[in-house]
Ligand binder design. Structure first.
Ligand SMILES: [Zn+2]
Ligand SMILES: [Zn+2]
Length: 574
């Protein structure tokens, strides 16, 4: 049971209670607990194993929730949760996955129309039965149908970070099996796509190594679909499907290339091989006429055989990488070690968990030169956002700490809300005193494309903003981007000298890969930031880096690869 699993149980309890019209305070306490546990840097399991009493030190979690955490860690279940599930039809929770449908609406749909599942909801919307319910109309029906389409297309896919959280321990487990030589995840995981369908793991080993016997005994396996000598498939408890393949060392490179994909990339490579009189498969590259094997043991040689340099997995989408490789024009992609600092960090002053000092000390451990503290502004009430007065106070506090720091600087910043009319949630006087102003949208998503685009452009045109945070507002697998014309935004960013953030928070990854590429083409610099709310979130940078790599970004395209002095120069506003 990882923190994410525990958080999910509490989230469901909150949803179920809300559907039942239970006490709103009780609902909120479970929702809060889910939020805190989901983002907590240490696993609940290890805390409970060490000393249950330590749970009392976690701010914002009451006694009855402590007990449930212990129960879940020890038994893998929560009785209260099970009882609630029995009380209500099982399909109701699924309804919540339809974007725009909250617990209140679920209750309404269930009570008035007896709707218990997504299929029933779809039917009712198609038949025009929803429009007579309070606060609903023909438009709502259309929206719901669209949201159901979206839900169906993303079903069965895992967020990248979640797939990694389940795959990485399995890879480590496989590596420990006696006789195992190499273990390498392939597929979309190796390409760092933002969502993952299933996981392919490739293994080479000595003869008779018990790879498959051990794999099917992996404690996290729920169901074995197939077990063979060279390929086995299992479903993990999380629902993630994993294929493990045992390969001959002599064809490992070809298999790695083949199973990494993407399909479109492999077709392009295969066509190219064909023109050269070669045949390419998961076993190797062969001369068509003689059947002679010319490559296969390692991936570099596979590409070399078709006259290309090795192509980084993140680029393998057949989006021009084969042509670029052919012309020797592959980008030199940004790397994690290029990063010198983080420009979007919260502390406990707003909705972060750790103090400013704790965030700084972890950033220094990471050998960063700087971080920007960017608290929310007052419009984000739930996040305890800062008004002008508190912002000024924090500026003074940071100045004081900075005097004591050697080789490291805290940049004074804000994540200022861009209000519905495009104005900013701090006074110009305060914004002028900051080193970096990150502007963001956290509310009023319900606008037309033109309205939303104008709102952001208006904020950029003030000359007060350096960076637009999470520019499309998407939450991977949960919420589509708000309607916004990104090419127009990027053009405007260029015009006003504003940069765009690639938010590395695993649920966001916003800008996405193709927006990064567009920003690069138009000439807008990208800041890869983590939006950390606790210190371990600073490590989320890796998700941002790989997304940037998928967007073809090089070191120079990224603001925070620059040393402090240069960054300050770039951030200077006229
Ligand atoms: Zn934000
Ligand atoms: Zn933030």
């Amino acid at each position: 049971m990882e923190n994410a699993d525990i958080a999910k149980i509490f989230e469901e309890i909150a949803d179920l209670l809300e559907i039942k019209n239970d006490n709103p305070f009780r609902v909120r306490s479970y929702r809060n607990a889910a939020l805190i546990i989901g983002g907590f840097p240490e696993s609940m399991r290890s805390i409970v194993e060490r000393d249950e009493k330590e749970l009392e030190n976690i701010k914002g979690i009451g006694k009855s929730i402590h007990e449930k955490i212990v129960e879940i860690v020890k038994t893998g279940k929560c009785q209260f949760h099970d009882e609630l599930l029995k009380e209500l039809p099982p399909g109701l929770l699924e309804l919540l996955e339809v974007s725009g449908i909250g617990p209140k609406k679920v209750q309404l749909l269930y009570e008035k129309l007896g709707i218990q599942s997504v299929d029933e909801l779809e039917n009712a919307a198609k038949k025009g039965k929803l429009r007579d319910l309070p606060h609903m109309g023909e438009k709502t029906e259309e929206k719901i149908l669209k949201a159901i389409q979206e839900l169906k297309s993303r079903k069965g896919r895992f967020r990248l970070s979640l797939a990694l959280a389940y795959a990485e321990p399995l890879v480590a487990y496989l590596k420990k099996i006696p006789g195992v030589i190499q273990v390498e995840p392939a597929g979309s995981l190796r390409r760092w796509k933002d969502t993952i369908g299933d996981v392919d793991i490739l293994v080479t080993c000595k003869k008779d190594a018990p790879v498959m016997d051990r794999f099917v005994k992996y404690p996290d396996v729920k169901e074995i679909i197939a077990k063979g000598d060279t390929k086995s498939t299992a479903i993990l408890k999380s629902g993630l499907q994993v294929d493990v393949r045992v390969l001959d060392e002599k064809s490992f490179g070809a298999a790695l290339q083949y199973f990494t994909g993407s399909k479109a990339h492999n077709i392009a490579i295969r066509d190219r091989a064909k023109k050269m009189g070669l045949k390419i498969s998961e076993y190797g590259v062969f001369e068509e006429k003689t059947g002679k094997k010319v490559a296969g043991e390692n991936e570099e040689d596979v590409y070399k055989a078709v006259g290309l340099p090795w192509i980084p997995p993140e680029l393998r989408e057949n989006m021009g990488e084969v042509e670029a490789a052919e012309r020797g024009k592959l980008p030199r992609l940004v790397e994690i070690n290029d990063i010198k600092g983080d420009l979007h960090v919260h502390s406990s002053e707003s909705d972060g968990i750790h103090t400013l000092e704790e965030m700084v000390s972890y950033a220094m451990q990471k050998k960063y030169e700087y971080i920007a503290i960017t608290e929310h502004s007052k419009a984000v009430g739930v996040a305890h956002g800062l008004d002008d007065e508190r912002a000024l106070k924090q500026i003074k506090a940071i100045d004081k700490i900075n005097i004591q720091l050697k080789g490291f600087k805290i940049l004074k910043g804000t994540e200022v809300d861009i209000k519905a009319d495009g104005s900013l949630d701090h006074s110009e006087e305060v914004l002028r005193q900051l080193d970096v102003v990150v502007g963001a949208i956290h509310s009023k998503f319900n606008m037309t494309v033109d309205e939303m685009t104008d709102r952001i452009i208006k904020a950029m045109s003030t000359g007060l903003i350096n960076i637009i945070a999470h520019p499309t507002g998407r939450i991977v697998g949960v919420r589509e981007p708000y309607p916004v014309d990104m090419p127009k935004i990027i053009e405007a960013a260029k015009k006003y000298g504003v940069m765009l953030e690639l938010n590395s928070y695993p649920e966001r990854l916003d800008l996405n890969d193709s927006h990064c590429r567009l920003a690069k083409e138009i000439g807008v610099m990208v800041a890869i930031s983590t939006d950390s709310h606790n210190r371990l979130h600073l490590d989320y940078i890796r998700y941002g880096i790989h997304t940037a790599r998928r967007g073809w970004l090089e070191k120079d395209d990224v603001l925070n690869t620059r040393p402090l002095k240069e960054v300050l120069k770039i951030l200077k506003r006229e």
